[in-house]
Design a protein around this ligand. Structure first.
Ligand code: PMP
Length: 447
C-alpha cells in the first residue's frame, strides 16, 4: 500500500523509510541493511547511535533544551566554544554557533563585511569564489556557489560575485605535486582581484579539500600558501569553507591543517554535529571580531544559535573523536580505501581519477583517461551508479558537476570509525555495482 506523503525535498523520488542506524550501518523498515558509505551527506562522521553522545544529549535534555542567547550563556555552549578555539589556528578565538553550513557561510561573509565597514573599508564588498563550488543554498551563500544548475533560477535575486576556476589539475593535465601548478591557479585569484579592483574585494572563499561540487579535490602543491599570500598582499580576507572538510574527516580537525595555513574566518558544520544535532559554527580571528563587538555588535544571528542540546551533542562528538582516535583512523582507513579505489582503475577503464584526503574520497568517471572527456550525458551515470550501489545495500554520493553540467563523480566517505574489514565489505558491494554498471556503459562507449 502506498500512502500519500506530505513531505517534499528536492525531487519526487521516494526512498525507503529509515528504521534504525548503528555504527556504519542503517536499516529500512523492511529490514534491508545498508552501509552508510557517504555518512549521509558527509555528516555522520562518528557513525550512528554513538552511546556516549546519546547519553550526553539525554543528560542535557533533562537540564534544559533551550536558553535564548540574549538571555543566557549555556554551559555546553561555553565548553564547546573553548574546545573549538583550542582545535583551530592561533588567534581563531571567537566562535559563533549556527545550525548548518549555509548559515555558517552567511555568517562568515556578513562578519567580513561588517568588519570592513567598521574599520572604514566601505568599498570592499565582493567575495571571490571558485567554479565549481558549493557554499550553501541561502541566497548569500548561493551567490558564492559556482554551479549554474543550482543558481540560474535565482540569478535576478542575487548579487553576482566574481568567480575563478577551482584548481582541477587532473583535468588540465598538470602535476599536482609541482608548486608551479599551485602558483598557476593561485595567480588566477590575484588577476581577478586586480581586475575587480583590490579596494572593492572583501574576501576569497574556498574549500581547502573540496566537497560534493569538485569531488574531494585536493589542492596542488603550493596553492594554499600562495592564496594566503595573495590575500594578505591585497588586504583581502581569507575564508575557509570547512563545512565538509572540517571536523576530522580528512584526518586532521581542519582540511587546511594539512598545509598549515590559517585563514581569517572558518565555516564548519556537517561532521561538527555529526548527525546528532543541527550544528555549525563560524570561527573568526579575534582581530576581526573585537572591533565589530566594540562598534555596537554583530548585526546578525539566528534564533536557534547556540542551542544547548546541539552544543552538548557537538561537545560529546569531539570528545568521542579524541577518545576513539577517530582522526587517526580516518587517515588509516582512508589510505586503505583510497588504495582500493585506485586498484579499481585497473579493472574499469572508465574510472578516470581517484582523489581526496583521509575519508573524504571520490572517484570520477570518464569516457577515456587520455582526454578525460566525461561519460555521455545520456548514460546518466551519476544517478545510475548510485542506484546500482543502493540495490547492493551501499550508499554513495554523486554529483554531475564538470563545468556546471557535465562529469560524474562519486564520494565514498564512510564514517571515521570504519574498519579494514568493513572497507572489504564496502568494496565488495561497490565492485558488484560497478560490474553491473560496466555492462551498461562499455557497449555505449564502444559505439
Ligand atoms: N558549504 C559546503 C562546502 C557544503 O558541502 C555544504 C553542504 N553540502 C554547505 C556549505 C551548506 O551546508 P548546509 O546544507 O548545512 O546548509
Amino acid at each position: 500500500m502506498t500512502t500519500k506523503s506530505h513531505l517534499f525535498y528536492q525531487t519526487d523520488s521516494r526512498r525507503p523509510v529509515l528504521a534504525e542506524a548503528r555504527g556504519i550501518y542503517m536499516w529500512d523498515v523492511d529490514g534491508k541493511r545498508y552501509i552508510d558509505g557517504s555518512s549521509g551527506a558527509m555528516v555522520s562522521n562518528i557513525g550512528h547511535s554513538n552511546p556516549r553522545v546519546l547519553d550526553a544529549m539525554r543528560r542535557q535534555m533533562e537540564k534544559s533544551t533551550f536558553g535564548y542567547r540574549l538571555h543566557f550563556e549555556t554551559e555546553p555552549g561555553e565548553k564547546l566554544a573553548a574546545k573549538v578555539a583550542g582545535l583551530t589556528p592561533e588567534g581563531m578565538e571567537k566562535v559563533f554557533f549556527v545550525s548548518g553550513g549555509s548559515e555558517a557561510v552567511e555568517s562568515a561573509i556578513k562578519l567580513a563585511r561588517q568588519y570592513a565597514v567598521t574599520v572604514g573599508q566601505n568599498s570592499r564588498w565582493k567575495v571571490i569564489s571558485r567554479t565549481p563550488s558549493y557554499h550553501g543554498s541561502t541566497l548569500g551563500a548561493l551567490a558564492l556557489t559556482g554551479y549554474n544548475p543550482l543558481t540560474r533560477p535565482f540569478e535576478p535575486m542575487m548579487q553576482p560575485m566574481p568567480k575563478i576556476p577551482a584548481p582541477r589539475a587532473y583535468l588540465d593535465g598538470l602535476d599536482i605535486d609541482d608548486p608551479a601548478t599551485g602558483n598557476h591557479y593561485a595567480e588566477m585569484l590575484e588577476r581577478k582581484i586586480i581586475e575587480e579592483g583590490p579596494d572593492t574585494v572583501l574576501a576569497f572563499i574556498h574549500e581547502p579539500v573540496g566537497g560534493a561540487s569538485t569531488g574531494a579535490l585536493v589542492p596542488p602543491a603550493g596553492y594554499m600558501q600562495a592564496v594566503r599570500e595573495i590575500c594578505d598582499r591585497h588586504g583581502v580576507l581569507l575564508i575557509h569553507d570547512e563545512v565538509m572538510s572540517g571536523g576530522g574527516r580528512t584526518g586532521r580537525f581542519l582540511g587546511a591543517d594539512h598545509w598549515g595555513v590559517a585563514p581569517d574566518i572558518i565555516a564548519i558544520s556537517k561532521g561538527f554535529g555529526a548527525g546528532y544535532a543541527p550544528l555549525g559554527a563560524m570561527i573568526a580571528h579575534d582581530r576581526l571580531v573585537e572591533p565589530v563587538l566594540q562598534s555596537g555588535g554583530f548585526m546578525h544571528g539566528h534564533t536557534y544559535a547556540g542551542n544547548p542540546l546541539a552544543c552538548a551533542a557537538g561537545l560529546a562528538v569531539l570528545e568521542e573523536i579524541e577518545a576513539g582516535g577517530m582522526m587517526e583512523n580516518a587517515t588509516r582507513s582512508g589510505d586503505l580505501l583510497k588504495s582500493r579505489l585506485n586498484d579499481l582503475m585497473q579493472r574499469y577503464a572508465f574510472i578516470g581519477d581517484v582523489r581526496g584526503r583521509g575519508l573524504l574520497l571520490a572517484f570520477e568517471l570518464v569516457s577515456d583517461r587520455q582526454s578525460m572527456r566525461p561519460l555521455p550525458k545520456e548514460l546518466n551515470a551519476h544517478s545510475e551508479l548510485v542506484e546500482l550501489a543502493y540495490e547492493q545495500g551501499l550508499i554513495i554520493y554523486s554529483r554531475r558537476t564538470r563545468d556546471g553540467v557535465e562529469g560524474d563523480h562519486f564520494l565514498v566517505c564512510p564514517p571515521m570509525i570504519t574498519t579494514a574489514a568493513q572497507i572489504d565489505e564496502l568494496m565488495e558491494m561497490l565492485t558488484a555495482a560497478l560490474d553491473r554498471f560496466a555492462e551498461r556503459v562499455e557497449p555505449a562507449l564502444r559505439r
